[in-house]
Ligand binder design. Structure first.
Ligand code: ASP
Length: 339
């Protein structure tokens, strides 16, 4: 972690004090010229510069900034997850911090956000944001996204709502949000549930609440020793070699990105039956991108002990499975039905 920066608010010590933790991503990306929005390097611009590019920030909050990492989020690691969550929890435990904003790459934002949703131990607001265009681009989206994220984090209304994602004027729940576009600035959706609310021109409003437990009510805590969990997809002509390789590598769990309602090619079902015999946990999600994966009875859930992921996509299902295995949770279907 780099040195801490304090940017004073506009003469007013009554403004909320928000910690901005930077991890890299396109929001901190830089290209050789302003028309270049794809051939850039992510995670090279420091948090001070990101904050300097946001006019009006100092009239929304007093900012405490930290550079946690400078990575492209495709390279996010469980070890960095642990470091990030520990730092977020430590900051939120301080009386002089009212909320946290995390800048992150868009590629794995949904995984980090869901992890935080389940392991942050505070009701104070935690808001992730990002950008689809590098900081050097014409019409870079990062500065407005950052201003909106701080606006949400600085509001008492955002407390107790779990971890939020502020992006393109929308507010999403960390549980439901997923990246759905490779280049557009409107890159995030919550397919089954829709947005939680909106933030624009300094105002934000929630349209709905969330009912599943998170943060203070989550039974999970951040871990240092992550169990290994892999993802395999089912598709036409799939071979069992992917599952067999994961088993050989010593995974504790496997998530299947199944076809349709979490169904699997017969070849995979056989390989997973063999994996299940060795005590490897298997969760069925779907490659479809929206919808609910129901329990499939005798097809595999009752017969082999596989678990249905409900509305969690394969990447979020993997986060929950890792936490559940680390916590030695006995009834994995209960865990997936609860969170
Ligand atoms: N590759 C980038 C990242 O995830 C993409 C982005 O931030 O939009 O770090």
């Amino acid at each position: 972690m780099n040195a801490v920066t304090i940017i004073a608010g506009m003469n007013t010590s009554s403004l909320p004090r928000i910690a901005v933790l930077a991890t890299g991503g396109t929001i901190a990306g830089q290209a050789g010229d302003a028309s270049n929005t794809t051939g850039y390097k992510a995670g090279v611009v420091g948090v001070d510069k990101l904050l300097d590019a946001v006019p009006g920030l100092s009239s929304v909050a007093r900012i405490h900034a930290e550079q946690i990492a400078s990575i492209d989020s495709k390279d996010m690691s469980p070890a960095l997850w642990t470091q990030l969550v520990l730092r977020v929890n430590a900051l939120l435990a301080q009386d002089d911090i009212d909320g946290v904003v995390i800048t992150h790459g868009t590629d794995t934002l949904e995984e980090t956000a869901y992890l935080l949703h389940l392991t942050v131990k505070s009701a104070k607001p935690v808001v992730l944001t990002a950008a689809m265009r590098p900081s050097s681009a014409l019409s870079a989206d990062g500065p407005l996204n950052l201003l909106n994220a701080v606006t949400v984090a600085a509001s008492k209304d955002a407390a107790g709502q779990g971890v939020l994602v502020a992006f393109n004027n929308q507010i999403h729940s960390a549980r439901d949000v997923t990246k759905t576009n490779t280049y557009a600035v409107d890159a995030f959706r919550s397919p089954e549930t829709g947005v939680l609310g909106f933030v624009q021109d300094g105002r934000f409003e929630f349209q709905r609440g969330i009912v599943r437990p998170h943060t203070m009510k989550s039974e999970f805590a951040i871990v240092e020793n992550w169990p290994m969990v892999g993802i395999v997809a089912s598709y036409v002509g799939v071979l069992r070699v992917g599952i067999d390789a994961l088993v050989k590598a010593g995974v504790a769990g496997i998530v299947v990105a199944g076809t349709g309602n979490g169904s699997m090619h017969a070849t995979l079902t056989q390989a997973l039956a063999d994996a299940a015999k060795q005590g490897i946990a298997v969760v069925r999600s779907s490659r479809v991108g929206s919808g609910h994966v129901m329990r499939n009875g005798a097809a595999s859930d009752d017969a082999l002990g596989t678990v249905s992921a409900g509305t969690l996509n394969p990447y979020k299902a993997r986060v929950l499975l890792m936490l559940a295995l680390a916590a030695n949770a006995q009834d994995l279907q209960r865990v997936f039905d609860t969170y």
